[in-house]
Ligand binder design. Sequence first.
Ligand code: ADP
Ligand code: MG
Length: 339
Amino acid sequence: MKFKALATFACISAFATAAFPAHAEWITRVTDGIMGTRITVELWTEDKASAEAAIDAVLDGMRHIDESMSTYKPTSEVSQVNARAADGPMMISKELFNLLIKAKEYSVITDGAFDITYASVGYLYNFPKHVRPNEMQIAKALPAVDYRHVILDPKSQTVQFTQKGVRIDLGGIAKGYSVDCGIDVLKAHGFTRAYVSAGGDSRIIGDRFGKPWMVGIRDPRKGEGELIASVPLVDAAISTSGDYERFFDEGGVRYHHIIDPRTGHSASKVRSATIIGPYATRTDGLSKTAFVLGPEKAMEIYNRIDDIDAIIVKLDGTVIYSKGMQRGKATPPPGPSPQ
Ligand code: ADP
Ligand code: MG
């Protein structure tokens, strides 16, 4: 059956600006409630009105992603896919198709730890309501969990599930993707120093006039403002996944929102994992792996991927770093000095 694709939305929407530099300043806007999370946009501008309009465009893009990709919205394109893709090939928007291709790529490089079909069992959990499936329900749903059940045909831009019971959820990648779209919008409007974040996923362009942006990594067992580290970043993305984000404790066990696709249970092998890389889609897609595979196996994978670095807080609270972050390794050769 053919799905009527949502009107194609480009990351970048055009609008005219009448730049008239009065004075330059940093502008910050914090918005709650899109994709169920907090969005922060900060940028340097000489024209407040055009900056505010650009931020509006960033937030419009995020609302669009929420509308088309949320599984909480029955009308979303992803909900339509979940309802119908087991019946046959279904045409989807280019934007969703491309993100499904990316999701599959991350499944392959993480040995299946990242898998959007986790939702085939994941939908049985409701963390705010302390609801979790029993072993029988998990055993019944688990065969539908496997990214290889999602067939993507680039020629016809269709998606098909190989069997009934398969569900997808882009909660582990859509926020990172929305941040990349936000950065694209700001770049297209000429901004060169900016920060966009959606929950645990952030990306930065430019520096803060010779200084890096400092992004804090929260201590997983302390309050929101308590950090285990602050990472200096320029032109980079950073994503943190934590077992403290959406969870409930029962009988001494923590049930939280990252699911091991092999078992259908909460994946609890680390307390948090932070990935640094060029794009937030990528850092978001890779930050779940450590929970599923454990710190050693995950770090092996992270160290194999050239363009990323990782910081993992293990279950005992110790912190380990990828090779690129260890002293001496990441220091670039000094460039020519202007004076
Ligand atoms: P946030 O939603 O705050 O950005 P994460 O980046 O850690 O948090 O993503 C957690 C989300 O990832 C979960 O809420 C769920 O939607 C999704 N998810 C859970 N387990 C997996 C998995 N094994 N593979 C892919 N996505 C997952
Ligand atoms: Mg995320």
